[in-house]
Design a protein. Structure first.
Lengths: 254, 315
């Protein structure tokens, strides 16, 4: 495995420039949708749901929405977005003839995907604060969690991108991996409402630790199992980041 | 032949040298022990049919794809260990358009300059320079999809010059262009050669190779069949004139038999037979009994190409 160099920043800058040129075409996805979900579920469903852990339903789901839309941002960016750049626009092919190597390109893509998560997470946090759903100054650390989650989900996504034959394959990724996590990682329902087997499974998938960390920071209440959450995020990030450097190099230099 | 190239590659003062360069894909040998020496300031052409290994050669020399075996030196540096430094002095013009469709013409160049760590002001200055050189300075704010095929190709070449490379590597620089656009590109490439920029190009356009290249290598099935100036290859393989005989299907066998009896070099190409290395008018007319369907014309590199790589499709 080869490591990336500081030159990854050039790819990050390229993606940033394109994003701020075209951001209005992406705004519904990363701005409107999470706010709609938060209000619709929180107020609509919340009217029928009693208090969860002593909280209003909307207060319970707000940190989960921050966490899951951080996941969506990095995952979309580094699957569909990266695949289009790689296969259709041949942007990677152009870049690797300059002093940048494949590893720089992939690191740039991952850190850009993470930046998207950071932006999404921060915006929803602000919306949640405006609706008075944030109850602890520890919430100032939520953007950091969104960023770390972004690096992890971007690395997982780019790994998947490095092995798919066609863009249609991402349906599997979203239907079988991302969407189930959205519902079974404690975003909308406490984990203990599920059968034991799903609870155990839930504690090894990547969204669950992000949801619990974000919720802890929203409430300022910390439990010992958060250490496992931090460890899991670090392990999965290192694992997928390094594997994707290898698989992408194989794909691009054949 | 291979041996001679190997010795040249080891001892010459060439700017690009390859030694026994080999690329294997599963069970296909795409490039087979190619040794080359490209001299500073020359335009070197790689000719060959589809699938002959030209593009694979270029991918290896531009450090995009590592060789299975063999070495590449550029400016006496091993490409394996100095890829970043060497990529910084190469300009690469790909066959397929990989301009950034999300950015304008000018942004494409400035973004590309940033990959080379060129400062913002300098990038702007150089971008305007190359846009002027390629007559695109009135299109700075156009989107890529608004450009014609010829403009895109000019922009690709302009982009390849943004780092002021000492060597530019071009893969089929005029493929798919109309005659005007093609001649404009040729004109610009000739200018670059006079500025002392070494050029390595892959092409299937024989006219292009004849006009632009100082030397050409004819590749086939991953090997170099021969390498020389276009003129020398022509006199060596086909002579200065080629006879074309138009034959009807029913006369074909008889005509071929009589050419074989005469012991001359010929190739069947479509409904014509091309006869090479025959200077005297008389002898060919003796061989074929219908002189009104005989045409004599000057030989071209295309004749060499057919002679060396055969007439059948590879794919």
């Amino acid at each position: 495995m080869k490591l990336f160099s500081w030159r990854f920043i050039r790819v990050w800058q390229r993606n940033r420039d394109v994003f701020f040129r075209l951001w209005h075409s992406e705004a519904p996805g990363f701005l409107a949708e999470p706010v709609i979900i938060l209000l619709a579920m929180g107020l609509g469903l919340g009217a029928y749901v009693g208090l969860i852990d002593g909280q209003e339903y909307i207060t319970f789901i707000a940190p989960g929405i921050v966490a899951s839309y951080s996941m969506f941002s990095a995952s979309f960016e580094c699957t569909y977005g990266s695949f289009v750049r790689m296969e259709y626009q041949k942007t990677y092919d152009a870049i690797v003839t300059t002093p940048l190597n494949v590893e720089d390109v992939i690191a740039g893509e991952i850190f850009w995907g993470a930046t998207r998560s950071l932006m999404t997470g921060t915006i929803i946090l602000i919306v949640a604060a405006v609706f008075q759903l944030v109850h602890s100054p520890w919430a100032l650390l939520v953007p950091l969690v969104s960023l770390l989650a972004g690096i992890m989900f971007a690395a997982i996504a780019i790994f998947f991108t490095s092995i798919v034959p066609a863009i249609y394959s991402f349906n599997y990724f979203f239907t079988l991996f991302i969407t189930p996590m959205f519902f079974f990682s404690g975003v909308f329902f406490p984990l203990d409402s599920f059968p034991k087997i799903i609870q155990n499974l839930s504690w090894i998938v990547p969204l669950t630790p992000v949801v619990h960390l974000t919720r802890a920071l929203f409430n300022g209440k910390f439990e010992i199992n958060l250490l496992w959450a931090v460890a899991l995020i670090i392990i999965l990030t290192l694992l997928f980041f390094s594997i994707s450097l290898v698989t992408m190099r194989r794909r691009l230099t054949a | 032949m291979i041996y001679r190239n190997t010795i040249e590659a080891v001892f010459s003062m060439a700017i690009i040298r390859t030694l026994n360069l080999t690329k294997k894909y599963k069970d296909i040998l795409a490039v087979d022990r190619v040794s080359l020496a490209i001299e500073e300031g020359e335009c070197f052409g790689l000719l060959g049919p589809n699938g002959s290994g030209k593009t694979t050669m270029v991918r290896m020399i531009t450090a995009v794809s590592p060789p299975t075996q063999g070495d590449i030196w550029i400016f006496d540096n091993d490409l394996k260990t100095h890829s970043r430094q060497l990529k910084a002095v190469l300009g690469v013009v790909p066959q397929l358009d990989n301009l950034d469709p999300d950015l304008t013409v000018l942004q494409n160049l400035i973004t590309f300059a940033r990959y080379f760590n060129i400062s913002k002001d300098e990038a702007y200055k150089r971008s305007m320079e190359v846009l002027t050189l390629f007559e695109l300075n009135n299109r700075t704010n156009s989107r890529i999809k608004e450009l014609s095929g010829g403009m895109k190709r000019r922009l690709l070449i302009a982009r390849g010059l943004i780092n002021r490379p000492k060597i530019i590597i071009l893969d089929e620089p005029t493929i798919g262009l109309d005659p005007q656009a093609k001649h404009l590109v040729w004109h610009k490439l000739t200018e670059l050669k006079y500025q002392g920029i070494t050029q390595l190009m892959c092409t299937q356009n024989m006219e292009e190779a004849t006009i632009l290249c100082n030397r050409v290598a004819v590749m086939h099935l991953g090997k170099i069949l021969d390498l020389d100036t276009p003129q020398k290859l022509i006199s060596k393989y086909v002579g200065n004139k080629v006879w074309e005989i138009k034959v009807n299907p029913d006369e074909r066998v008889a005509a071929i038999n009589s050419l074989k009896r005469g012991g001359v070099n010929f190739e069947e190409i479509g409904n014509k037979i091309h006869v090479f290395n025959m200077e005297a008018n008389k002898s060919i007319q003796d061989l074929v009994n219908s002189p009104d369907r005989l045409v004599q014309r000057p030989s071209t590199l295309e004749d060499v190409f057919f002679r060396l790589t055969g007439r059948s499709l590879l794919e």
